[in-house]
Ligand binder design. Structure first.
Ligand SMILES: [Cu+2]
Length: 176
């Protein structure tokens, strides 16, 4: 009797275990879709680096901040031409219209990690928290593990080595 009872509860326990990964899916609650995220490697002595990704919000949102344990300061930046010089500066918020993909990329909007605690090495991952604000003013956080790389991830395949030839402009209307 005891054994029968035991094995039945064990069976339901195992059932619960197999069901768990489905319940624990974090994607469902995320207010924004994050694609092709990467952080540029930094060398010893370099104090800051950029993080890049594509963001698509489900509803109107603003990206109002970010944080990472590897950086003392983290900001949302934009690039602006002032005279002949391309400068970057912090902006308080970046609008993410519903259903519209906003690209953070080198030479455009990007996330800036500054006051780095140590060099960021290729093929590691860095925790990054995005702070978003929805139309009602409620703050939503998205936790990411962003791969560190020397360049943007290729469209085909995961391999970071291989196609070293095609580096630089990545399609959409980049003017020099
Ligand atoms: Cu910057």
């Amino acid at each position: 009797m005891t054994f029968a009872f035991f094995s039945r509860s064990l069976a339901s326990f195992l059932l619960a275990l197999t069901a768990l990964p489905v319940i624990a899916q974090p994607a469902a609650g995320s207010p924004v879709k994050v694609e092709a995220a990467w952080i540029r490697v930094s060398v010893p002595g370099q104090s800051g680096t950029g993080a890049f990704m594509r963001l698509t919000a489900q509803e109107p949102m603003s990206l109002v901040g970010l944080s990472s344990p590897v950086a003392g300061v983290a900001e949302v930046h934009e690039m602006k031409v002032e005279g002949d010089v391309m400068r970057m500066r912090a902006i308080p918020a970046l609008a993410l219209p519903a259903g519209q993909t906003v690209e953070l990329k080198p030479g455009g909007y990007h996330l800036m990690l500054m006051d780095l605690k140590s060099p960021l090495k290729a093929d590691t991952r860095v925790p990054l928290t995005l702070v978003l604000r929805d139309a009602k003013g409620t703050e939503r956080r998205v936790e990411l593990q962003v791969p560190v790389a020397t360049r943007a991830p290729g469209k085909a395949g995961e391999s970071g080595h291989g196609a070293h030839g095609s580096h630089g402009a990545h399609g959409s209307g980049h003017k020099h």
